[in-house]
Write a protein that binds this ligand. Structure first.
Ligand code: FE2
Length: 386
Protein backbone atom coordinates (compact mmCIF):
# COMPACT_ATOMS: atom_id res chain seq x y z
CA UNK A 1 0.00 0.00 0.00
CA UNK A 2 1.15 3.50 -0.72
CA UNK A 3 2.46 5.42 2.25
CA UNK A 4 2.41 8.65 0.32
CA UNK A 5 0.32 11.26 2.11
CA UNK A 6 -2.49 12.48 -0.07
CA UNK A 7 -2.79 16.01 1.11
CA UNK A 8 -6.33 17.42 0.90
CA UNK A 9 -7.59 14.50 -1.14
CA UNK A 10 -11.28 13.88 -0.50
CA UNK A 11 -11.60 10.77 -2.72
CA UNK A 12 -13.13 7.99 -0.63
CA UNK A 13 -12.30 5.44 -3.34
CA UNK A 14 -8.68 5.88 -2.26
CA UNK A 15 -9.62 4.37 1.08
CA UNK A 16 -10.72 1.13 -0.53
CA UNK A 17 -7.52 0.88 -2.55
CA UNK A 18 -5.14 1.45 0.29
CA UNK A 19 -6.64 0.27 3.55
CA UNK A 20 -6.03 -3.28 4.74
CA UNK A 21 -8.86 -5.72 5.39
CA UNK A 22 -7.33 -7.75 8.23
CA UNK A 23 -9.49 -5.80 10.68
CA UNK A 24 -13.03 -5.47 9.30
CA UNK A 25 -14.95 -2.93 11.44
CA UNK A 26 -18.74 -2.74 11.32
CA UNK A 27 -19.01 0.62 13.10
CA UNK A 28 -18.60 2.37 16.44
CA UNK A 29 -20.16 0.21 19.15
CA UNK A 30 -20.04 2.59 22.11
CA UNK A 31 -17.95 5.34 23.66
CA UNK A 32 -17.21 5.04 27.39
CA UNK A 33 -16.44 8.12 29.44
CA UNK A 34 -14.96 7.91 32.92
CA UNK A 35 -16.68 10.65 34.89
CA UNK A 36 -16.80 11.86 38.48
CA UNK A 37 -20.55 11.44 38.84
CA UNK A 38 -22.19 9.19 36.26
CA UNK A 39 -25.72 9.81 37.57
CA UNK A 40 -25.42 13.55 36.97
CA UNK A 41 -23.56 13.13 33.66
CA UNK A 42 -26.35 10.87 32.36
CA UNK A 43 -28.89 13.51 33.33
CA UNK A 44 -26.89 16.15 31.42
CA UNK A 45 -26.64 14.07 28.23
CA UNK A 46 -30.36 13.28 28.37
CA UNK A 47 -31.48 16.80 29.13
CA UNK A 48 -29.04 18.83 27.08
CA UNK A 49 -28.14 16.50 24.18
CA UNK A 50 -31.39 14.55 23.85
CA UNK A 51 -30.03 11.10 24.71
CA UNK A 52 -32.42 8.41 26.01
CA UNK A 53 -32.04 6.12 29.01
CA UNK A 54 -30.85 2.76 27.70
CA UNK A 55 -29.00 0.47 30.11
CA UNK A 56 -27.61 0.45 33.63
CA UNK A 57 -25.36 -1.49 35.95
CA UNK A 58 -24.63 -0.65 39.56
CA UNK A 59 -25.17 -1.81 43.13
CA UNK A 60 -28.75 -2.92 42.37
CA UNK A 61 -27.54 -5.25 39.61
CA UNK A 62 -24.66 -6.70 41.61
CA UNK A 63 -21.91 -4.39 40.37
CA UNK A 64 -20.08 -3.52 43.60
CA UNK A 65 -17.16 -1.50 42.20
CA UNK A 66 -18.46 0.58 39.32
CA UNK A 67 -21.70 2.10 38.15
CA UNK A 68 -22.42 2.67 34.45
CA UNK A 69 -25.30 4.45 32.81
CA UNK A 70 -25.73 3.89 29.07
CA UNK A 71 -27.53 6.61 27.14
CA UNK A 72 -28.50 6.23 23.49
CA UNK A 73 -29.59 8.38 20.59
CA UNK A 74 -30.20 6.55 17.30
CA UNK A 75 -26.89 4.69 16.71
CA UNK A 76 -24.86 6.59 19.35
CA UNK A 77 -24.27 4.90 22.69
CA UNK A 78 -22.41 6.67 25.50
CA UNK A 79 -21.42 4.68 28.59
CA UNK A 80 -20.88 6.90 31.63
CA UNK A 81 -18.87 5.16 34.33
CA UNK A 82 -17.94 6.15 37.90
CA UNK A 83 -16.09 4.09 40.54
CA UNK A 84 -18.01 3.21 43.71
CA UNK A 85 -15.00 3.06 46.03
CA UNK A 86 -11.44 4.30 46.38
CA UNK A 87 -9.94 0.95 45.32
CA UNK A 88 -11.00 1.17 41.68
CA UNK A 89 -8.19 1.98 39.20
CA UNK A 90 -10.71 4.28 37.48
CA UNK A 91 -9.91 6.77 40.26
CA UNK A 92 -6.35 7.06 38.94
CA UNK A 93 -7.67 7.89 35.50
CA UNK A 94 -10.04 10.50 36.92
CA UNK A 95 -7.41 12.06 39.16
CA UNK A 96 -5.04 12.51 36.24
CA UNK A 97 -7.37 13.32 33.35
CA UNK A 98 -10.63 14.49 34.85
CA UNK A 99 -13.78 13.43 32.99
CA UNK A 100 -12.96 12.11 29.53
CA UNK A 101 -13.15 9.35 26.95
CA UNK A 102 -11.58 6.08 28.09
CA UNK A 103 -12.96 3.64 25.50
CA UNK A 104 -13.69 4.00 21.79
CA UNK A 105 -15.36 0.61 21.23
CA UNK A 106 -15.53 -0.84 17.74
CA UNK A 107 -18.12 -3.35 16.56
CA UNK A 108 -16.58 -6.43 14.95
CA UNK A 109 -17.61 -9.89 13.81
CA UNK A 110 -14.73 -11.59 15.60
CA UNK A 111 -13.21 -9.92 18.66
CA UNK A 112 -10.67 -12.72 19.18
CA UNK A 113 -9.33 -12.35 15.66
CA UNK A 114 -9.31 -8.53 15.97
CA UNK A 115 -7.16 -8.80 19.11
CA UNK A 116 -4.78 -11.33 17.50
CA UNK A 117 -4.37 -9.27 14.33
CA UNK A 118 -3.69 -6.01 16.17
CA UNK A 119 -1.49 -7.32 18.98
CA UNK A 120 0.57 -9.36 16.50
CA UNK A 121 1.18 -6.06 14.68
CA UNK A 122 2.45 -4.32 17.77
CA UNK A 123 -0.62 -3.14 19.71
CA UNK A 124 -0.32 -3.21 23.50
CA UNK A 125 -3.07 -5.37 24.95
CA UNK A 126 -5.61 -3.80 27.30
CA UNK A 127 -7.90 -6.83 27.59
CA UNK A 128 -7.47 -10.34 26.25
CA UNK A 129 -10.49 -11.82 24.45
CA UNK A 130 -13.08 -12.31 27.20
CA UNK A 131 -16.47 -14.02 26.99
CA UNK A 132 -19.30 -12.44 28.99
CA UNK A 133 -22.56 -14.41 29.27
CA UNK A 134 -26.06 -14.05 30.59
CA UNK A 135 -29.49 -15.50 29.76
CA UNK A 136 -29.53 -13.48 26.51
CA UNK A 137 -26.40 -15.01 25.05
CA UNK A 138 -22.78 -14.01 25.01
CA UNK A 139 -20.57 -11.13 24.06
CA UNK A 140 -16.85 -11.39 23.38
CA UNK A 141 -14.70 -8.32 24.01
CA UNK A 142 -10.99 -7.66 23.65
CA UNK A 143 -9.03 -4.43 23.80
CA UNK A 144 -5.83 -2.60 22.90
CA UNK A 145 -4.29 0.69 23.99
CA UNK A 146 -4.12 3.61 21.57
CA UNK A 147 -2.80 7.14 22.31
CA UNK A 148 -2.36 8.11 25.97
CA UNK A 149 -4.48 5.94 28.25
CA UNK A 150 -7.30 5.70 25.71
CA UNK A 151 -8.27 2.23 24.51
CA UNK A 152 -10.09 0.53 21.64
CA UNK A 153 -12.31 -2.34 22.72
CA UNK A 154 -13.49 -4.77 20.02
CA UNK A 155 -17.07 -5.91 20.64
CA UNK A 156 -18.48 -9.09 19.10
CA UNK A 157 -22.22 -9.24 19.73
CA UNK A 158 -23.57 -11.57 17.04
CA UNK A 159 -24.61 -14.15 19.67
CA UNK A 160 -26.26 -11.67 22.02
CA UNK A 161 -29.91 -10.56 22.20
CA UNK A 162 -29.93 -8.58 25.43
CA UNK A 163 -30.33 -4.85 25.80
CA UNK A 164 -26.62 -3.91 25.87
CA UNK A 165 -24.16 -6.36 27.43
CA UNK A 166 -24.13 -9.00 30.15
CA UNK A 167 -24.18 -7.27 33.53
CA UNK A 168 -26.46 -4.49 32.32
CA UNK A 169 -30.22 -4.22 32.69
CA UNK A 170 -32.58 -2.03 30.73
CA UNK A 171 -32.68 1.41 32.30
CA UNK A 172 -36.29 2.48 32.73
CA UNK A 173 -36.66 6.13 33.70
CA UNK A 174 -39.64 8.34 34.33
CA UNK A 175 -37.70 11.26 32.89
CA UNK A 176 -37.63 11.01 29.10
CA UNK A 177 -36.94 14.34 27.36
CA UNK A 178 -37.34 14.48 23.56
CA UNK A 179 -34.40 13.39 21.42
CA UNK A 180 -32.66 16.03 19.30
CA UNK A 181 -31.88 14.26 16.03
CA UNK A 182 -28.32 13.06 16.68
CA UNK A 183 -27.81 9.95 14.54
CA UNK A 184 -24.33 8.47 14.56
CA UNK A 185 -20.70 9.24 15.33
CA UNK A 186 -19.11 10.85 12.27
CA UNK A 187 -15.55 10.96 13.60
CA UNK A 188 -13.56 11.13 16.84
CA UNK A 189 -10.44 13.22 17.13
CA UNK A 190 -7.33 12.44 19.18
CA UNK A 191 -4.83 15.02 20.43
CA UNK A 192 -1.30 13.66 20.71
CA UNK A 193 1.92 15.25 21.98
CA UNK A 194 4.58 17.30 20.24
CA UNK A 195 6.12 15.41 17.32
CA UNK A 196 3.92 12.34 17.89
CA UNK A 197 1.38 12.67 15.06
CA UNK A 198 3.28 10.66 12.48
CA UNK A 199 4.03 7.86 14.88
CA UNK A 200 0.28 7.50 15.57
CA UNK A 201 -0.52 7.73 11.84
CA UNK A 202 1.87 4.84 11.31
CA UNK A 203 0.36 2.97 14.26
CA UNK A 204 -3.15 3.20 12.74
CA UNK A 205 -1.76 2.11 9.37
CA UNK A 206 0.31 -0.81 10.66
CA UNK A 207 -1.78 -2.04 13.61
CA UNK A 208 -5.33 -1.27 12.45
CA UNK A 209 -4.94 -1.25 8.63
CA UNK A 210 -6.23 2.31 8.36
CA UNK A 211 -5.22 4.78 5.69
CA UNK A 212 -4.29 8.44 6.01
CA UNK A 213 -6.67 10.03 3.53
CA UNK A 214 -6.50 13.70 4.44
CA UNK A 215 -3.75 15.88 5.89
CA UNK A 216 -3.49 19.46 7.06
CA UNK A 217 -0.23 21.11 8.01
CA UNK A 218 0.43 24.14 10.17
CA UNK A 219 0.47 26.39 7.11
CA UNK A 220 -3.16 25.48 6.49
CA UNK A 221 -4.27 25.45 10.13
CA UNK A 222 -3.06 28.53 11.86
CA UNK A 223 -4.16 31.88 13.17
CA UNK A 224 -2.16 34.92 14.10
CA UNK A 225 -1.26 33.19 17.37
CA UNK A 226 -1.27 29.42 17.15
CA UNK A 227 -1.09 26.45 14.82
CA UNK A 228 -1.69 22.73 14.66
CA UNK A 229 -1.25 19.81 12.32
CA UNK A 230 -3.86 17.16 11.62
CA UNK A 231 -4.05 13.88 9.71
CA UNK A 232 -7.27 11.95 9.18
CA UNK A 233 -7.13 8.17 9.46
CA UNK A 234 -9.93 6.01 8.06
CA UNK A 235 -10.68 2.31 8.02
CA UNK A 236 -11.44 0.45 4.78
CA UNK A 237 -15.20 1.02 4.59
CA UNK A 238 -14.93 4.66 5.72
CA UNK A 239 -17.22 4.14 8.74
CA UNK A 240 -14.49 4.85 11.27
CA UNK A 241 -12.59 8.11 10.95
CA UNK A 242 -10.00 9.28 13.47
CA UNK A 243 -8.31 12.62 12.80
CA UNK A 244 -5.12 12.99 14.86
CA UNK A 245 -3.93 16.44 15.95
CA UNK A 246 -0.52 17.56 17.09
CA UNK A 247 0.35 21.08 18.29
CA UNK A 248 2.64 23.26 16.16
CA UNK A 249 4.80 26.24 17.07
CA UNK A 250 2.98 29.57 17.22
CA UNK A 251 3.34 32.88 18.99
CA UNK A 252 1.02 31.74 21.75
CA UNK A 253 -0.22 28.48 23.20
CA UNK A 254 -2.40 26.45 20.83
CA UNK A 255 -5.66 24.81 21.87
CA UNK A 256 -3.95 21.42 21.48
CA UNK A 257 -1.31 22.36 24.05
CA UNK A 258 -4.02 23.65 26.35
CA UNK A 259 -5.78 20.30 26.02
CA UNK A 260 -2.57 18.32 26.67
CA UNK A 261 -1.83 20.46 29.75
CA UNK A 262 -5.27 19.98 31.28
CA UNK A 263 -5.85 16.36 30.24
CA UNK A 264 -2.26 15.73 31.33
CA UNK A 265 -1.48 13.78 28.22
CA UNK A 266 -2.90 12.67 24.89
CA UNK A 267 -6.61 11.85 24.65
CA UNK A 268 -9.84 12.26 22.76
CA UNK A 269 -10.39 15.93 21.90
CA UNK A 270 -13.84 15.81 20.35
CA UNK A 271 -16.65 13.52 19.34
CA UNK A 272 -18.39 14.61 16.13
CA UNK A 273 -22.02 13.52 15.98
CA UNK A 274 -24.11 13.72 12.82
CA UNK A 275 -27.62 15.08 12.37
CA UNK A 276 -29.88 15.40 9.30
CA UNK A 277 -31.26 18.73 10.51
CA UNK A 278 -28.60 20.77 12.26
CA UNK A 279 -30.89 23.81 12.60
CA UNK A 280 -33.46 22.02 14.72
CA UNK A 281 -30.77 20.03 16.59
CA UNK A 282 -28.81 23.15 17.56
CA UNK A 283 -31.94 25.15 18.38
CA UNK A 284 -32.96 22.36 20.75
CA UNK A 285 -29.52 22.02 22.31
CA UNK A 286 -29.21 25.77 22.85
CA UNK A 287 -32.67 25.88 24.44
CA UNK A 288 -31.61 23.10 26.81
CA UNK A 289 -28.45 24.82 27.93
CA UNK A 290 -25.64 23.41 25.77
CA UNK A 291 -22.91 26.03 25.45
CA UNK A 292 -21.37 26.54 22.02
CA UNK A 293 -18.29 28.46 20.92
CA UNK A 294 -18.94 32.08 20.09
CA UNK A 295 -20.43 32.79 16.68
CA UNK A 296 -17.98 33.78 13.93
CA UNK A 297 -18.08 37.47 12.93
CA UNK A 298 -20.42 38.95 10.28
CA UNK A 299 -17.61 38.95 7.72
CA UNK A 300 -17.51 35.14 7.93
CA UNK A 301 -21.19 34.89 6.95
CA UNK A 302 -20.90 37.58 4.27
CA UNK A 303 -18.21 35.49 2.57
CA UNK A 304 -20.03 32.15 2.90
CA UNK A 305 -22.19 32.24 -0.29
CA UNK A 306 -19.10 33.04 -2.34
CA UNK A 307 -17.18 30.12 -0.83
CA UNK A 308 -20.04 27.78 -1.73
CA UNK A 309 -20.35 29.21 -5.24
CA UNK A 310 -16.63 28.63 -5.81
CA UNK A 311 -17.43 24.91 -5.60
CA UNK A 312 -20.74 25.23 -7.56
CA UNK A 313 -22.96 24.58 -4.55
CA UNK A 314 -25.96 26.49 -3.38
CA UNK A 315 -26.92 26.69 0.29
CA UNK A 316 -30.30 25.02 0.95
CA UNK A 317 -30.59 26.46 4.46
CA UNK A 318 -31.33 30.05 5.35
CA UNK A 319 -28.04 31.87 5.94
CA UNK A 320 -29.52 34.21 8.56
CA UNK A 321 -30.81 31.24 10.55
CA UNK A 322 -27.40 29.55 10.44
CA UNK A 323 -25.80 32.81 11.54
CA UNK A 324 -28.24 33.32 14.39
CA UNK A 325 -27.34 29.84 15.69
CA UNK A 326 -23.58 30.19 15.07
CA UNK A 327 -23.49 27.25 12.62
CA UNK A 328 -20.49 27.29 10.26
CA UNK A 329 -20.39 26.30 6.59
CA UNK A 330 -17.63 24.68 4.57
CA UNK A 331 -17.56 23.36 1.01
CA UNK A 332 -15.51 21.05 -1.16
CA UNK A 333 -16.04 19.79 -4.70
CA UNK A 334 -18.54 17.13 -3.66
CA UNK A 335 -20.81 19.25 -1.52
CA UNK A 336 -20.91 21.29 1.64
CA UNK A 337 -21.15 20.68 5.36
CA UNK A 338 -22.61 22.51 8.32
CA UNK A 339 -20.94 22.26 11.71
CA UNK A 340 -20.76 23.79 15.17
CA UNK A 341 -18.62 23.06 18.22
CA UNK A 342 -19.66 22.99 21.87
CA UNK A 343 -17.56 24.42 24.61
CA UNK A 344 -15.78 21.76 26.68
CA UNK A 345 -18.40 19.64 28.46
CA UNK A 346 -16.46 19.52 31.74
CA UNK A 347 -14.56 22.13 33.75
CA UNK A 348 -11.12 21.24 32.45
CA UNK A 349 -10.86 22.64 28.88
CA UNK A 350 -10.60 19.17 27.34
CA UNK A 351 -13.33 17.09 25.64
CA UNK A 352 -15.98 18.82 23.53
CA UNK A 353 -18.55 17.81 20.89
CA UNK A 354 -19.04 18.77 17.27
CA UNK A 355 -22.46 18.68 15.62
CA UNK A 356 -22.17 18.07 11.88
CA UNK A 357 -24.57 17.82 8.94
CA UNK A 358 -23.01 16.61 5.71
CA UNK A 359 -24.54 17.87 2.49
CA UNK A 360 -22.25 15.82 0.25
CA UNK A 361 -18.92 17.10 1.57
CA UNK A 362 -16.53 14.48 2.93
CA UNK A 363 -14.06 16.85 4.62
CA UNK A 364 -13.84 18.10 8.18
CA UNK A 365 -14.42 21.82 7.82
CA UNK A 366 -10.89 22.91 6.88
CA UNK A 367 -12.31 26.16 5.52
CA UNK A 368 -13.65 26.87 9.00
CA UNK A 369 -10.49 26.12 10.93
CA UNK A 370 -9.34 29.72 11.04
CA UNK A 371 -12.69 31.11 12.21
CA UNK A 372 -13.01 28.24 14.66
CA UNK A 373 -9.58 28.64 16.18
CA UNK A 374 -10.01 32.37 16.53
CA UNK A 375 -13.18 31.64 18.44
CA UNK A 376 -11.37 29.11 20.67
CA UNK A 377 -8.56 31.61 21.24
CA UNK A 378 -11.05 34.23 22.45
CA UNK A 379 -12.12 31.69 25.08
CA UNK A 380 -8.54 30.64 25.88
CA UNK A 381 -7.76 34.32 26.52
CA UNK A 382 -10.61 34.40 29.07
CA UNK A 383 -9.20 31.27 30.75
CA UNK A 384 -5.72 32.82 30.82
CA UNK A 385 -4.32 29.88 28.84
CA UNK A 386 -3.51 31.51 25.48
FE1 FE2 B 1 -14.23 17.39 13.82
Amino acid sequence: MSKEVKSVDYGLEKIFEGAQDFLPLLGTDYVELYVGNAKQAAHYYKTAFGFESFAYKGLETGSRDVVSYVVKQDKIRLVLTTPLNSQSPINDHLRKHGDGVKVIALWVDDATQAWKETTSRGAKSFMEPTVEKDENGEIIRSGIYTYGETVHIFVERKNYNGVFMPGFVKWESEYNPDTLGLKYIDHMVGNVGWGEMNQWVKWYEDVMGFENFLSFDDKQIHTEYSALMSKVMSNGNGRIKFPINEPAEGIKKSQIEEYLDFYEGPGCQHIAVATDDIISTVKGMRARGVEFLTTPPDTYYLAAPERLAAHDHELKEDLETLKSLGIMIDADDEGYLLQIFTRPVEDRPTLFFEIIQRMGAKGFGAGNFKALFESIEREQALRGTL
